[in-house]
Ligand binder design. Structure first.
Ligand SMILES: Nc1nc2c(ncn2[C@@H]2O[C@H](COP(=O)(O)OP(=O)(O)OP(=O)(O)O)[C@@H](O)[C@H]2O)c(=O)[nH]1
Ligand SMILES: [Mg+2]
Length: 354
């Protein structure tokens, strides 16, 4: 039977904020349907993708790493901007079966908008909604660590399915290379349905992997290099946030390009999955693992760092309120960073401000 829809139309990618925009640019180069949404027009202007793929969230001019600012923008006028954004996505991506929401966890715009958008799309469509994000590198500011922690806290409260792919920005100084690698691996996996008589990982199985809640990694190996050992090594040494050592895993898909990789040894290494899928005769060897724990250990380390630096940050933030010229010292009693105003909540607003 003829398949009328190109596989590229099954998948849609929406980038939020700078990281999101950069990643979907790499994806758009591979001919997928994409949209870049940003609170900052200047970020959109500098993004080299067709104009019709850009979407400016009205009234915004960047969120300066303040998640709350991005949420406020969506919440203005009874959530008018949020409704417009969701409707735009539903309309542009109506044929897609899987949507990837892409944005950094450490910034303001992407970090705030991705979890809230996932929650709404999940409730209002029957599509699989995946997330692609990155965690800040070791030189990032405490503000980014705080944003990152809040991002995963919110994402954890979003019910339902959909894999989360988490790039670790420690893995390369050049973030654009990480984006390129991700686009390459993801493209290889989304196209891995072969015609092999020995077995295929078909589209339903690809969807099954992507629909699994929790962390997901996808790696690709050249057919001349792929062996059981190289594939296993790359499970823990790759572009992604480190997998937990808890053997939590739901699905493993292996698509082979040679006879040198043993799926059972991969299973022994990763943990016992609920389901395995194996395909053959592909031009590269691709391994996808989903349904893993999110990187709790890394998030705990960030939380510790936030706790350690809390007092210094408070001191620094209040220091600028000191009136030195009059000779008197006027400390603010408390700093009011991101203190929500008590307000009667509306339902759509609730999705933004948890
Ligand atoms: N992997 C990767 N990380 C990026 C990229 N661009 C920015 N980052 C990381 O993302 C974090 C900053 O988030 P941005 O995406 O710039 O923030 P934003 O969503 O635009 O939010 P605001 O500018 O604060 O409104 C930092 O940790 C950066 O290192 C990228 O193209 N790839
Ligand atoms: Mg930005």
């Amino acid at each position: 039977m003829e398949v009328t829809m190109s596989i590229k139309e099954w998948y849609g990618f929406i980038g939020f904020g700078q990281m999101g925009g950069n990643v979907i640019k790499s994806i758009q180069a591979k001919d997928y349907l994409v949209m870049a949404a940003n609170t900052a027009q200047s970020d959109l202007d500098s993004l080299n993708i067709p104009e019709e793929c850009k979407y400016h969230i009205l009234g915004g001019y960047g969120s300066s790493k303040e998640r709350r600012k991005a949420k406020q923008l969506l919440a203005d006028n009874n959530c008018e901007n949020f409704d417009l954004l969701i409707n735009e996505i539903k309309e542009r991506f109506k044929e897609c079966r899987v949507i990837f929401l892409v944005g950094s966890s450490g910034g303001g715009s992407g970090s705030a908008i991705v979890p809230a958008t996932k929650r709404r799309l999940q409730a209002e469509t029957d599509k699989i909604i995946c997330v692609v994000t990155c965690i800040p590198d070791k030189n990032a500011s405490i503000k980014e660590y705080m944003n990152c922690y809040e991002f995963f806290q919110e994402l954890e409260t979003v019910e339902g399915n959909g894999a989360t792919i988490i790039i670790d920005n420690n893995r390369n100084k050049d973030k654009l290379i990480l984006n390129e690698q991700l686009a390459c691996y993801l493209d290889a996996f989304l196209n891995c349905e072969t015609n092999s008589a020995r077995g295929v990982v078909d589209r339903a199985e690809i969807e099954n992997v992507l629909s699994q809640r929790g962390a997901c990694i996808i790696n690709k190996h050249g057919s001349d290099k792929a062996t059981t050992q190289t594939v296993i090594e790359k499970i823990r040494d790759n572009i992604y946030a480190p997998l937990e050592d808890d053997e939590v895993v739901a699905n493993i898909a292996l698509v082979n390009s040679n006879d040198n990789v043993r799926l059972n040894e991969i299973v022994d290494n990763v943990g016992k999955p609920f389901a395995t899928f194996e395909g053959w005769d592909y031009d590269a060897t691709v391994l996808a693992i989903s349904g893993c724990s999110i990187p709790y250990k890394r998030l705990e380390e960030m939380k510790k760092k936030i706790e350690e630096d809390k007092e210094t940050i408070k001191k620094n933030l209040t220091a600028t309120s000191e009136r030195r010229l009059t000779g008197s010292i006027d400390f603010l009693g408390d700093i009011t960073v991101e203190k929500p105003k008590p307000e009667k909540k509306k339902s759509t607003r609730d999705l933004l401000f948890l």
